[in-house]
Design a protein around this ligand. Structure first.
Ligand code: ATP
Length: 229
């Protein structure tokens, strides 16, 4: 059964239409790679899921419930955890404070996040601003986990990071996939790295779903046509 499902979604920024006909679904425990070149609508699709973009049409269901009219904080409470592009941690708060500020009752707490990212334990009392880019990204993922999401959305989680750190992030995602029933939607530029974790893929072009299927069925024809530069 689908955990989240978008059907024929359209979205607008003022008068300009960014999404025309986006449909996708992700089941529990599934990892979806949301792909497409720059400006094709990936982040906008994420905003619709998180109810951060009110100006949209079509159906958005989460856990069988229509969430198309909910405010974003309610969508978050239902279990949609977003790691936004650009990380957005509280710069002046410590690692521990950043995580505690996001906490809700449930399986995830400071210790559980530190088991996934031991570096955060080492940096416990440092301000978020003093962390490396990779550590800030781990903190951003940790903050989303503290809300006990059923669906975790990673919007360019490895952007600008060194290969070793990127790998650490993907290993953490693989661990989440193996050890929790969490559904994950990942946006990333590296097809190869997405391939380490993705079960299925959706490709957007000019605000439309142009391809959807098993990640393993993505061939050179699709990647050249829709993802090549
Ligand atoms: P990127 O990889 O560059 O982040 P994307 O696939 O996530 O790209 P979106 O950010 O969803 O693409 O953008 C889709 C379209 O909507 C683009 O044409 C973009 O210019 C437009 N757009 C995005 N944000 C806004 C905004 N705040 N106001 C107006 N237009 C916007």
């Amino acid at each position: 059964m689908s955990l989240i499902e978008l059907k024929n979604v359209a979205a607008f920024y003022g008068p300009s239409q960014a999404l025309f006909d986006v449909s996708l679904s992700v089941g529990e425990g599934e990892v979806l790679a949301l792909m497409g070149r720059n400006g094709m609508g990936k982040t906008t699709t994420v905003k619709v899921m998180c109810r951060m973009l009110k100006n949209s049409d079509g159906a958005v269901q989460f856990g069988g419930q229509d969430i198309g009219a909910l405010p974003s904080y309610k969508a978050a409470r239902l279990g949609i955890g977003l790691v936004p592009e650009g990380r957005r941690c509280f710069a002046n708060l410590s690692v521990h404070e950043n995580l505690i500020a996001a906490a809700r009752k449930g399986a995830w707490d400071f210790e559980a996040v530190c088991r996934l990212f031991p570096r955060l334990e080492e940096r416990r009392d440092q301000s978020a601003a003093s962390l490396s880019g990779g550590e800030q990204q781990m903190l951003a993922i940790g903050r989303a986990l503290m809300t006990n999401p059923k669906l975790l959305i990673l919007d360019e989680a490895t952007e600008g990071l060194a290969p070793v750190i990127r790998q650490e992030i993907w290993e953490a995602v693989a661990k989440l996939k193996a050890e929790t029933g969490m559904a994950i939607i990942a946006i990333d530029k590296s097809l190869k790295e997405l391939g380490q974790v993705a079960d299925c893929a959706v490709i957007l072009e000019k605000g439309r779903t142009v391809w959807a299927g098993a990640f393993g069925d993505l061939g050179p024809e699709e990647t050249d046509r829709y993802l090549g530069v």
